[in-house]
Design a protein around this ligand. Structure first.
Ligand SMILES: Nc1nc2c(c(=O)[nH]1)N=C([C@H](O)[C@H](O)COP(=O)(O)OP(=O)(O)OP(=O)(O)O)CN2
Ligand SMILES: [Zn+2]
Length: 143
């Protein structure tokens, strides 16, 4: 069976990491920041146990039975997500968030861009889903 006729599937791996941040935009005044972000703008910051789900979409290789070995995906997620963000202060330790607020929306974009850089087959990347809390969830598909 050629690759074009192989069935396609979605493959997801989940990881968690811990980080602290505060919501503060360099594009807004202190008063605007306080008004828009409220308690999340507090100077002391606060922490989250983030959950990230990365989904790939692609053909199931007829020989291996896999889209991508989960061990490879784990390695990519370690490099793209855990190394820069786990147990870090997102605003101070990650350059990406020095020019934009560390919202969950921007986290999904950061993870998407990092995954694209580290993956050997970046065309397989389909979706990045981030739970900031169990109630606050953002997904990004590179649009
Ligand atoms: N659009 C966004 N809005 C908010 C974001 C965000 O990333 N994108 N983030 C925050 C804060 O970082 C904040 O930590 C949210 O915490 P909290 O309000 O405590 O979380 P919950 O909504 O889960 O808490 P409840 O108990 O359900 O109130 C704020 N806004
Ligand atoms: Zn927060």
């Amino acid at each position: 069976m050629g690759d074009s006729k192989a069935p396609k599937a979605y493959q997801t791996r989940r990881i968690t990491f811990s980080a602290c941040h505060r919501l503060h935009s360099p594009h807004l005044s202190d008063a605007e920041n306080a008004q828009i972000y409220g308690k999340c703008n507090h100077i002391n910051g606060h922490g989250h146990n983030y959950i990230v789900k990365v989904t790939l979409f692609g053909a199931i290789d007829p020989k291996t039975g896999m889209i991508l070995n989960m061990t490879e995906l784990k390695k990519y997620m370690e490099e793209a997500i855990m190394q820069p963000m786990d147990h870090k202060n997102l605003d101070k330790d990650v350059d990406f968030f020095k020019t934009r607020p560390s919202t969950t929306e921007n986290l999904t974009v950061f993870i998407w861009e990092r995954m694209k850089k580290v993956m050997e087959r970046p065309d397989l990347l389909y979706e990045v889903l981030v739970y900031e809390t169990e109630n606050n969830i953002v997904k990004y598909r590179g649009e």
